[in-house]
Design a protein around this ligand. Structure first.
Ligand code: B4P
Length: 187
């Protein structure tokens, strides 16, 4: 099964992806891949850092290529933070079809802005991630509304979107995702 974890920044996608990874799925986080390029200190990483720390999206070509290089052929991918634009969603559909795969389920993390601001303020204090400062985070949320939310409409056409109340505790969110996956398995 291929799953997309979809939602605004800091809604908890990465947290849930780690739970699914422990169950044997392949975790594909474009955010983690980009941060690891930054950590390598390469010139490319420095260019990426300029974009991310301001809260902007990196180019579709860069993240599409990262996904192409890391996709598991075994139909067990968790896409975390990808696709974030319609162009990325279209690229992913082509890539999966070349591998005789498709997206089976899109989990939509529903959460309000106040909760996001609280989580990000906490993470900024704990981890000091440059893109978690209040100015960059506000740009990230605007970018989500403008470029990423239309991707949800794209997947709704395929009737594969399932909601989760991402305001609940981590374990509760995991249980709901697990139930959605069970229903897909039975279908
Ligand atoms: P990401 O790395 O994807 O964003 P994130 O903010 O880490 O979101 P996530 O939803 O995973 O939050 P988390 O679980 O950590 O992207 C970073 C940047 O990379 C983007 O802004 C962009 O510039 C670039 N980028 C990445 N992908 C791209 C793409 N496809 N195209 C273009 N650019 C791209 O949770 C947040 C916090 O909440 C944590 O501290 C966690 O402990 C806490 N939390 C989680 N679940 C909780 C719960 N249920 N209750 C309470 N707290 C919870």
């Amino acid at each position: 099964m291929n799953i997309i974890l979809f939602g605004p920044p800091a809604s908890g996608k990465g947290t849930q992806a780690k739970v699914l990874k422990e169950q044997g799925m392949k975790h594909l986080s474009t955010g983690d891949m980009l941060r690891s390029e930054i950590a390598s200190g390469s010139d490319f990483g420095k260019q990426i850092n300029e974009i991310i720390s301001k809260g902007n999206l990196v180019s579709d070509d860069i993240v599409n290529e990262l996904i192409r290089k890391n996709l598991s052929p075994n139909n067990n991918n968790i896409f975390d933070g990808y696709p974030r634009t319609i162009a990325q969603a279209e690229s992913l559909a082509i890539l999966l079809s070349e591998n005789n795969q498709k997206i089976d389920l899109v989990i939509n993390f529903e959460i309000d802005r106040e909760e996001l601001l609280g989580r990000i303020a906490k993470r900024f204090i704990e981890q000091g991630r440059a893109d978690d400062n209040p100015e960059s985070f506000s740009i990230r949320l605007d970018e989500y509304m403008k470029s990423t939310l239309p991707v949800l409409e794209y997947y709704k056409e395929y009737k594969i979107v399932a909601p989760v109340d991402a305001m609940m505790a981590v374990e509760t969110v995991s249980a709901i995702i697990s139930a959605h996956m069970g229903w897909i398995d039975m279908a």
